[in-house]
Design a protein around this ligand. Structure first.
Ligand code: PSV
Ligand code: MN
Length: 389
């Protein structure tokens, strides 16, 4: 097994995980959304909480926005506000799933006026990106159908391609479009971008600055996600990750909570494919909701989980692994892989943090800091942010 040596550390230091603004607002299920004392009422308060996660971990230098949930009058001022807190504004997520007009689709709709409305929304998102300095426009579509025969599958793909091409024309030279896939929900029979292959086909038709976004919660149970990671990296089309964990559906739980081994396997392929190398085009992001746990420590735990599994993946002795693979040493190769996964790297990480002026135990340091109590006392009145605000 490799040591947590200087080569590994160079890659390790590139780890940066973008936080979703919506993770700091209230969320829940269709049964109940529970409020939490201290929940942000404004975008600025969401950014302040995200900046707190970064302050305690050094891992989360950017906050992703969701439009229109995070609409403000002056995005330039918001950018300055975030910078003053030590973070940048990241991916801009569009939203074509909360308007009555989109009942039967948005970019795929048969009515060209609805399609144009959805296109215009994306152009407005690009305007936001120009002001925030964001690189990525992320498109996740709720489009799909519930019953066989309800829609023309082929026609919907054609309209999607046309709509995406129109949006892509407005993407700046320093900007990118990432297209997220999801095989179910809210549509039940089929979604219009159900899998990485469809996303890949659609973005490949657009150009270099259109890439695939892989949300770890958007696959059928048992899917070998690390295979998809390896393939997309090989094709040069992996633009970004939405990290989270799932047990049953798109649970949006803390990444690594349900299956840390899967996260390890994914990070191994990310590293293998150059996804953590300096200048890598792969953006790592969380897409999570904290329905019953506190949100800021929930986000701290999440980025630490990614950090821990990345560190363990870097321990794999890749030379020994390659030799075992070539020799047909099945059990030997597997043992090399598993040795790294089973290694408790937490003491090394505590040292690594201390050397960089970070708390050795960010969870404990946050709990001791009094920040949660402060925001609970200060954020009284107003309307707590939630899904849709
Ligand atoms: C819905 O499934 C979803 O979680 C997608 O994964 C998006 O990334 C996110 O909402 C924000 O729009
Ligand atoms: Mn997502």
């Amino acid at each position: 097994m490799r040591n947590f040596d200087s080569d590994a550390i160079e890659t390790f230091q590139n780890l940066a995980i973008e936080l979703p603004s919506w993770a700091f607002g209230n969320s829940g299920t269709r049964f109940k959304v529970f409020g939490t004392p201290g929940t942000p009422r404004t975008v600025e308060e969401k950014i302040a909480d995200a900046a707190t996660v970064h302050r305690f971990t050094g891992l989360a230098p950017k906050v992703a926005l969701h439009i229109p949930w995070d609409l403000v009058d002056d995005f330039g001022a918001l950018r300055t506000y975030a910078a003053d807190l030590g973070v940048g504004l990241g991916t801009v997520n569009s939203n074509t799933f909360q308007d009555d007009d989109y009942k039967f689709g948005s970019l795929t709709h048969t009515d060209k006026h609805v399609r144009q409305k959805a296109i215009d929304h994306h152009l407005a998102c690009i305007e936001v990106m120009n002001e925030t300095g964001s690189r990525d426009l992320k498109i996740w579509l709720a489009d799909g159908t519930n019953y066989p025969g309800q829609g023309d599958i082929r026609g919907r793909q054609d309209r999607l391609a046309e709509s995406l091409a129109t949006i892509y024309q407005h993407i700046g030279h320093e900007q990118r479009m990432v297209l997220e896939y999801k095989f179910f929900e809210p549509a039940t029979y089929m979604t219009d971008v159900p899998d990485w292959g469809t996303s890949y086909a659609q973005v490949s038709a657009l150009g270099e600055r259109a890439l695939v976004c892989l949300d770890t919660g958007h696959h059928a149970p048992g899917t070998n996600i690390e295979f998809i990671v390896a393939q997309l990296l090989r094709l040069g089309k992996l633009g970004s990750f939405d990290f989270n964990s799932r047990f049953y559906a798109d649970d949006d739980l803390i990444v690594g909570a349900a299956d840390p081994f899967q996260l390890f396997r994914i990070m191994f392929e990310v590293i293998r494919g150059g996804g953590l190398a300096t200048g890598s085009p792969v953006a790592l992001m969380l897409d999570q909701c904290h329905n019953v746990e506190e949100k800021i420590p929930g986000q701290i735990r999440s980025v630490l989980n990614v950090q821990e599994m990345t560190a363990r993946a870097l321990l794999v002795d890749t030379d020994a692994l390659a030799a075992a693979q070539e020799a047909g040493d099945v059990l030997g190769a597997n043992a090399i892989f598993m040795d790294a996964f089973y290694t408790d790297i937490r003491p090394d990480l505590a040292t690594w943090r201390t050397e960089r002026g970070l708390p050795a135990d960010p969870m404990a340091a946050f709990a001791d800091s009094g920040y949660q109590e402060e925001i609970a006392a200060a954020r009284v009145g107003g309307t707590q942010s939630s899904w849709g605000a």
